[in-house]
Design a protein around this ligand. Structure first.
Ligand code: PEP
Ligand code: MN
Length: 338
């Protein structure tokens, strides 16, 4: 249930109303808009008598929300959520460009790529230290050493770091090591224990869509994080499993307008994991910007042919720079900036 208050209601009256709602065991989340105050109700709203509320004289309109997600719902908060990371904003007018290798391999590799993409205008550097690989025999990441090297890349460039978490046991370490954006990978999108624990910290979470998750299931996973108190969730569409096997996955481009309609959370696209082919990163990135995504996360490697992971879908720093120039043109058409 969403209660839209009349304009010019005093703070005392708002407080009284909220206290009344909370006394019924229902949580009330207040959003102060420029013109109006909105109270989003979470919990068993059957306890709230909407007729009585309407009769209070304070209420402009009451909306019953059909979707199972509340905090992530655009009906609860009509303005786009903008997440601040270091001196950057994710979800604002300027597009977010996260670039970097699939995995951190060596100091030279990650620091070198970070310096390159920084010069080329990247917002943040990505790199996996803990890798969710299909085979236990594949490279599993440098783990703690990888985190240390990412921190070094951050020190050298000032770029915030984005890296994936796979287990609740690493949350304290990720916070202590000051990972700027914690990625939850596609395979962990419904690791509910992990989501709940990430709800208790205040770091931004990059939540990738599961390989076979519906948009609603994906937003419900965001809701898990938000219901714990962490509202800093960035959604990431990275391709889903379909009958098509020419590409690694199928980029669900329509997820962007759907998410924008249903939720206020920022959404970025990952063309690298979606297609699994380096030459498709360019056209899919352009499509992502055109369709209204808030940014991209792209695998960039200095030596894709010898990458320890996902070289086939990685572009070089030079190609990243060229792509960024093309994105400027498309961004300007849709009212965004690069
Ligand atoms: C990654 O970003 O390196 C990754 C493993 O992505 P996904 O979870 O989307 O497969
Ligand atoms: Mn990868």
């Amino acid at each position: 249930m969403v209660i839209i208050l009349k304009a010019n209601i005093s703070q005392t009256e708002v407080d009284k109303l909220v206290a009344k709602i909370r006394s019924l065991g229902v949580e009330a989340k207040i959003t102060e808009g420029t013109d109006q105050t909105i109270i989003g109700l979470v919990g068993d709203t059957t306890r709230v008598d909407s007729k009585k509320l309407q009769a209070s004289g304070l209420v402009e309109r009451i909306m019953i929300v059909q979707e199972p997600f509340k905090r992530a719902n655009r009906r609860f908060k009509s303005e786009d959520t903008i997440i601040t990371v270091a001196d950057k904003q994710i979800g604002g007018k300027k597009l977010t460009l996260i670039a970097g290798p699939c995995s951190v391999e060596t100091e030279e590799q990650i620091v070198g790529i970070a310096k390159d993409v920084k010069k080329l205008g990247a917002t943040a550097i990505r790199g996996g230290a803990f890798k969710p690989r299909t085979s236990p025999y594949s490279f599993q990441g440098l783990e703690l050493e990888g985190l240390r090297l990412l921190k070094l890349a951050k020190q050298e460039t000032g770029l915030p770091i984005v890296t994936e978490i796979m287990s609740t046991s690493m949350i304290d370490t990720f916070v202590k090591e000051d990972v700027d954006i914690i990625q939850v990978g596609a395979r962990n999108m419904q690791n509910f224990d992990l989501l709940k624990q990430l709800g208790k910290i205040n770091k931004p979470i990059l939540l990738k869509r599961g390989l076979a998750a519906t948009i609603e299931e994906w937003i419900m996973s965001a809701e898990y994080i938000m219901s714990g108190g962490n509202d800093n969730v960035i959604l990431c569409e990275r391709g889903i499993r379909t009958v098509e096997n020419y590409t690694r996955n199928t980029l669900d481009i329509s997820a962007v307008p759907v998410v924008k309609k249903l939720s206020h959370l920022p959404i970025i696209l990952d063309p690298s994991h979606a297609a699994g082919l380096n030459w498709m990163v360019d056209p899919l990135s352009k499509a992502a910007v055109a369709v209204g995504a808030d940014g991209l996360i792209i695998e960039v490697h200095n030596d894709p042919a010898n990458a320890l992971c996902d070289g086939q879908q990685s572009i070089t720093p030079k190609e990243f720079g060229e792509l960024r120039e093309k994105l400027k043109v498309i961004a300007s058409v849709v009212g965004r900036e690069v």
